[in-house]
Every structure is written in C-alpha cells, then in structure tokens.
Design a protein around this ligand. Structure first.
Ligand code: NAP
Length: 519
C-alpha cells in the first residue's frame, strides 16, 4: 500500500512503524498509510532553526515574496493532480476540491505580492516613531523582526492544501521556517503540495510530518511558534502543555465555531438581499459537506419570516445529492472519516432534543454511485429551534457536517447580537440587511463576538464571495471558543512570527537602521 512520507532534514522519509490507514470516504477502503515513527524531531527542529531560519532571515521581504509567488505557480501547474488527489483522499466533489486548492494558490500569491511590495527592507516599522526627550533627537520606534525559531503548523483535515498554504505563507514571508503537520486522514494532499513546494524554498525552510508529532511540541522553545487549527479539545490540551507555558511559546489557535447567518427584519421575501441570503446559507451548509470552520450552523430569522425561510431552504437543500464525486448526479461528497460521521449523527441527536428536524434524517444515507451501506454519506440536515431563542445546545454544540438550525428572533440588532454571542465566540457572522440602524445596533451590541462580520446587502450582492471564504486580506480567527487566534488579515498575519522591539536612541541612527530614512 502507498506510504505517505515525511520530509525532514531535506529528504523524504518513510515512517518505520505504527502506520495509520487513510481511507477512501466513499468506499471505506484503505488507500494509503502514514506514520512519523523514526523521525528524529530534535534533529528536525535543530535543522529547521539553524539552516532554514538563517537563510530565510538573510533574504529580503521581496526575495521571500518572490519565493511565495513561485510556490503559488508551482501549485497552479499541478492543480489538476492536486484536485484529483483531494477528491480521492477527502471524497469531496471536484468543485469543493478546487475551493481548497485554488485557495492555496491564491493565498500564496497574495502574500507573494505583499512581500514584493515591501521591497528590500529587512525589518518592518510598527507605527510611527516619536520623540522621547526634550529635543527630537532622542527617538523611539517600534519595529518587527523575525523570531529565530520554527513555526510548527498543525492543520485540520478539511483544508489540506489551503490550510497548509495560508499558514506557511505568513511564516515564510516573516522569515520563519515551517514544520507543517497535516491531519493524518487527509495528508496525501499535503504530501503532494509539498512535492511541488520543497525545491522552491531554501534548505531547512520547509518540513512535513505526516502522523504523530511525537515529542515535537514539548521541544518548542521561546522563539518558536505553534499555530494550530482543529478542535477546541485538542487545542486546550496543546496550549496548556507545561513546556509551552514555561517558555512562553506563542500559540495561535483556530478552533470550533458556531457561525451564525442573521436575516435583517428589513429584508422582504424577494429582492437581491433575500436571494443572496438564501444562496449563501445553502452554500455554507453544503460546501465541503459542511466541514468548514466557517460554515453556517445557526440561521437567525425574524419570527415573521421563519416559515418563508424554512420553505425556501428546504426547497434548495432538497436538490442536493450526496454521492461519489465521480457520479454525474452528485452535488455533495461524503463526510471525510468514520469518526466525523459518528460525531455528526450523535450531534444531530443532541440538537434534536431542542430543535425539530425539518429536513434530513440525522443518519447516514447511501451515496449516489457508491455501494449501498458503504461510505460516510450524510444528507443536508435542517433543524428549527423549538424555544424562541433556541435552547443552549443549539448555540453551543457544533456539528461538523451539513447541519444548521433556524432560530427565530423578535427584536432588533441588539437581540440578534446577543443570540450570536451565546456561542461564546465565532469566526464569522454574516448579517443580511440594508438597514443601517439594525446593522449599527448589531455592531454596538455584539460586534466583538465574531472575528469577522460579513454584511450582505443589495449593493454588493453580485460580488459577495460567501461568508465562508477566508480571504487573505481579512482576518481569520475569532474570540473565545473560536480559539482567540488571528491568522491572515494581510500583514497582520505575519505578526505571529515577528517580535515587536521598542528601539530608542538617536533619531538619525534609528531611522537609517530601520530603513525609515535612507542614506
Ligand atoms: P482535531 O482532532 O483537533 O485535529 C486537528 C489536528 O490536530 C490534526 O492535524 C491532528 O492530527 C492534530 N492533533 C490531534 N491531537 C494532537 C496532539 N495531541 N498533538 C498534536 N497534534 C494533534 O480536529 P478535527 O476533528 O480533525 O477537526 C475538526 C475540528 O476542527 C472542528 O471542530 C472544526 O471546527 C475545527 N476547525 C477549525 C478551523 C478554524 O480555522 N478555526 C478550521 C478547520 C477545522 P491527526 O489527524 O494526526 O490526529
């Protein structure tokens, strides 16, 4: 059987035992196996810090940007192969695989362009400098310089290409080498991305671990970074490791999120805002079979519109066909693993205690083009909260699948914001309204509960990408339960890998030193 390899110390390495099978989610047949046994994590870290860090820091932003641009092109040249691998490994439809692969290509190119625009400078200014003494001579200036450690980047199973690329782009542009650890279940795609990328980065800048992280995490020190995406439970275990706490190692977490779509009371049941709301919600429930951290889990609807929204969503979601990605009628792939299927089934059971299932069975279904009884297929499932504001479980239990619950509300933006905040922190909230008073009240009363607020209104309806798209220009991350992390957001995404240093001294000297003024 095919073995997924690790890439450390500049070479591809097979694991030496303890292999974990990767399974085709449509047939449940094993397709490959992965293991990191035999990898010496101490050596891998030393090599990345020594070789990769030194070489990356010697490069200017423009050089690192050029490197990211060439990485983007390399993935683009292999796009068809990557999409095919993603379809096979994750069971996703071609369209959903493209979303992942194209996201990786686009994000690398975006950071490549940012780097090129920064030019030959070697450090970044953080804000304006200011006078500290009686005269303007004694000057203060904050600068951002790269950490001298390694970025260990752990990704979730759902975006094996984009997750890898978006994290790596920020660290590499900042000048910090990367050890990437994809979720084992979908690491075939990550391995293939790496095949395209490793030759383009300097020696030591990129390493790949497919399987367990062994003692890697406990070896991280004060100049290293741990960037994690996955469940809140794993995040808690990782961020509370004594070794990380002792060394104050930076830990960034992107975790669970019960994102909400809110329909404003001003939106009539026809018109562009209504249409874009329905289109977005349908997409955010079904894209990647709902296995997106940014997927819509709660649909907040003014009470008088609940029947109309429910009927319209049932009509749209009823035409979704779960099945094998190669089958002509399939519009949605299976869940990725057996445990995701088990979690989705038990999750809907939990929600059903507080909400009525109005579409779907909450159980596994047969997939079009797949053998009966085989595959982790799960149809779109719509629920409607029984209680006015929705029972606690509706706001707190994330089902990582094509599942969402309609929650009625009566009041204005303040009540909607309060309901959204009951999730304890979200990655994104989408709000569909053209009413400035409603939007303003929402922002004032609950703006801080989501990392991103996506406003769907008539004037931008035609250009909206969907609330689930994490664009490199905008912050990805949310407070509280969503992990408290910050990724992307243009140059903000580099901060995790840069140390802010307050410089003080002679103004002319500082300005020459930092590139604020040229000779
Ligand atoms: P998970 O079990 O927490 O796994 C996530 C990653 O952590 C995988 O690479 C996994 O590797 C690794 N991992 C697990 N235990 C570890 C440990 N003790 N030490 C080091 N690494 C460890 O999450 P999941 O169930 O696969 O992913 C689904 C969850 O992720 C959902 O709850 C979803 O909300 C969240 N998610 C969040 C975002 C976001 O951006 N906020 C994006 C996607 C998903 P193995 O595969 O080898 O176990």
């Amino acid at each position: 059987m095919r073995i997924v390899r690790n890439y450390t110390l500049g070479a591809w390495r097979d694991g030496t035992g303890g292999f974990v099978p990767l399974v085709d989610p449509c047939s449940e047949e094993p397709i490959a196996q992965a293991s990191s046994h035999g990898v010496d994590f101490g050596e891998a870290l030393d090599w990345a810090r020594r070789e990769g860090g030194r070489t990356l820091r010697a490069m200017s932003f423009a050089e690192r940007g050029t490197m990211l641009n060439s990485m983007s092109r390399a993935l683009s040249e292999r796009r068809d192969d990557l999409i095919a691998e993603s379809v096979r490994n994750t069971g996703t439809t071609r369209r959903d695989a493209k979303f992942d692969v194209d996201g990786a290509i686009f994000t690398l190119a975006h950071y490549g362009q940012l780097g090129v625009a920064l030019g030959e400078r070697v450090c970044l200014l953080d804000g304006e400098g200011e006078a500290l003494g009686r005269s303007a001579r004694l000057w203060g200036q904050h600068v951002l310089v790269p950490l001298h450690g390694v970025a260990v980047q752990i990704n979730a199973f759902n975006f094996p290409a984009w997750g890898l690329a978006e994290k790596a782009a920020c660290a590499l542009l900042a000048g910090v080498p990367v050890i990437s650890k994809p979720a084992t279940s979908t690491c075939l795609v990550a391995e293939q991305c790496f095949e395209a990328l490793v030759g383009l980065a300097p020696s030591g800048a990129l390493s790949l671990i497919c399987g367990s992280t062994g003692d890697l995490i406990d070896r991280l020190g004060e100049q290293d970074v741990l960037a994690f995406t996955g469940s809140a439970a794993t995040a808690l275990g990782l961020r509370s490791r004594p070794s990380l706490l002792r060394a104050s190692t930076r830990v960034n977490v992107e975790a669970d999120s019960l994102n909400a779509a809110v329909l404003g009371p001003d939106v009539e049941t026809s018109g562009e805002t209504w249409d874009v709301f329905l289109r977005d919600v349908e997409r955010e429930i079904t894209q990647k079979t709902g296995q997106k951290c940014t997927a819509v889990r709660r649909i907040l609807v003014p009470r008088e519109r609940v029947e109309a929204v429910q009927a319209a969503l049932i009509e749209r979601l009823s035409s979704v066909v779960p099945g094998h990605p190669d089958h002509a009628s399939t519009t949605m792939g299976p869940l990725t693993t057996a445990s995701q299927l088990a979690d989705a089934q038990s999750g809907v059971e939990r929600l059903a205690a507080a909400a009525e299932i109005v579409l779907g069975s909450g159980r596994r279904v047969d997939g079009a083009g797949s053998a009966p009884g085989r595959g982790y297929f799960f149809g779109p499932t719509l629920l409607r909260a029984r209680d006015a504001a929705g029972d606690e479980v509706v706001h707190t239990h994330e089902v990582f699948g094509p599942v969402a619950t309609i929650v009625p509300f009566d009041g204005g933006g303040g009540e909607a914001a309060e309901l959204v905040a009951r999730a304890g922190g979200s990655l994104v909230s989408s709000i569909y309204s053209d009413d400035r008073a409603f939007l303003g009240e929402y922002l004032r009363c609950g703006g801080s509960s989501s990392g991103r607020l996506y406003i769907g209104s008539a004037k931008v309806a035609a250009q909206l990408p969907g609330s689930g798209v994490a664009m490199p220009q905008l912050l990805h991350g949310g407070p509280g339960r969503a992990g408290g992390g910050t990724e992307l957001g243009g140059m903000r995404g580099l901060r995790l890998y840069l140390q802010c240093v307050a410089l003080s001294g002679d103004r002319a000297l500082l300005e020459r030193l930092t590139g604020a003024r040229h000779e």
